[in-house]
Design a protein around this ligand. Structure first.
Ligand SMILES: [Zn+2]
Length: 404
């Protein structure tokens, strides 16, 4: 799984950091191409590439011969420069993973945690587990470039905090980023989990798509938006928070205190409540899988109906956003769990209710990464933010000033 993609030409493609961006973005892969793209002299490019090689940010390997003559040496991002630790926090579990900078998962573990226990207990557990996991992988803690944290609530990424989450008691405004950075001694990024899943699916499966909307359907409902390869978060991280859009004609109580929210009528939690009230043996989303596999007609009908309700809200979202790809993902729609009945209902309504103009170039697909989506997305986000041209230039400058 490669996270590299075209990231556009820098406006002033001159510094070492900008040459690095051209290589990582796939725009140039040899010294000759860097000279052509930037217009810099051969000696300037050589000096800057050598600095990037010496820092371990790029590597140079024998490429393919272009026609006659010696094969050109190919430059690429050295993904072994360091590693990333990811902590994905969910209502009932934590996913911890160690990845290289290319997004390859070196190790991944799931642990039971209860997010409703509040930030202190949950983050203490994460801090203890991260050290153990790094030791098991044989990774040196000093090579950790960052910890990326996914949280199931609205995140203000500037503050590194969750703001007014409906289902995370005690987490509002808690300094998640500062706490973890202080305890673990690494840079920390905090992001909403639907956003991370959106980025993971986009980078892996739809790298060329201009606009990707990911709808996460699990215990709740949320969405992430990726435009031109970048997350769209809105003014303070609330973009894509579709789970609390009011549904006309419904009055199911929602965890946010309102009535008839999409998440209260069409999420896993809503389905479980409805089916359990009808006498079905369901307590968790996983229990739905057994009922679907047994061909339980009521469960299949309930899944499809819930998909149709989500489709109603999505029809509006699609009109506003005009996406190219809608990825439906999460525990309730993973094909292995519920065999696509939810997505069938969702597709029916989207294609019936939308104007032909809105669905002409639209594809509604099921996510392929499962629980790995947010892990892959977190790694992509960390690399994007940590290896900007300015950050790379600063890193090289620090090396020079530290040299004996
Ligand atoms: Zn609500």
């Amino acid at each position: 799984m490669h996270l590299t993609r075209p990231i556009g030409r820098p406006t002033d493609p001159g510094s070492a950091g900008q040459l690095f961006a051209l290589v990582r973005g796939g725009i140039a892969s040899t010294r000759r191409e860097l000279i052509e793209v930037t217009g810099l002299s051969r000696s300037t490019v050589a000096a800057r590439v050598d600095a990037l090689l010496a820092a371990g940010l790029l590597r140079e390997t024998s490429g393919q011969a272009a026609g006659r003559g010696r094969p050109a040496l190919a430059l690429s991002f050295d993904e072994s420069f360091g590693h990333i630790v990811v902590a994905g926090l969910h209502p009932d579990r934590a996913d911890l993973a160690v990845l290289d900078l290319g997004g390859r998962v070196l190790e991944r573990r799931e642990y039971p945690v209860t997010i409703a226990d509040g930030p202190d207990r949950v983050l203490t557990e994460v801090e203890n587990r991260v050290g153990t996991l790094l030791a098991e992988v044989g990774a040196d803690a000093s090579d950790t470039v960052a910890l990326g944290v996914g949280l199931p609530g609205p995140v203000d990424v500037e503050l590194g905090r969750v703001i007014a989450p409906p289902v995370m008691p005690g987490w509002h405004d808690f300094p998640v980023r500062e706490r973890l950075a202080a305890r673990l001694g690494v840079p920390v990024l905090v992001e909403n989990d639907a956003n991370l899943m959106a980025l993971g699916e986009q980078r892996t499966n739809w790298p060329g798509a201009r606009t990707v909307l990911l709808v996460k359907v699990g215990t709740g409902i949320g969405a992430g938006i990726v435009i031109d390869g970048r997350l769209y978060r809105g003014v303070d991280g609330g973009a894509g928070d579709i789970g609390h859009i009011r549904m006309l004609g419904h009055d199911d109580p929602c965890a946010c205190g309102s009535l008839g929210c999409l998440g209260a009528v069409a999420s896993g939690t809503a389905l479980i409540r409805r089916l359990a009230a009808a006498g079905k043996p369901v307590r968790h989303v996983e229990d739905l899988r057994a009922l679907v596999q047994r061909g339980d007609a009521d469960t299949v009908a309930a899944l499809r109906h819930a998909g149709q309700l989500a489709g109603e809200v999505l029809t509006t979202v699609i009109s506003v956003l005009n996406p190219e790809i809608v990825v439906v993902a999460g525990g309730l729609v993973d094909t292995a769990n519920t065999q696509g009945h939810y997505v069938t209902g969702l597709r029916e309504v989207i294609y019936q209710r939308s104007l032909p103009r809105a669905t002409r170039n639209l594809r509604v697909v099921t996510g392929t990464l499962g629980r790995q989506a947010s892990v892959v997305g977190t790694a992509a986000l960390v690399v994007d933010q940590l290896f900007t041209p300015a950050a790379v230039d600063a890193l090289l400058a620090a090396r020079v000033s530290c040299a004996p």
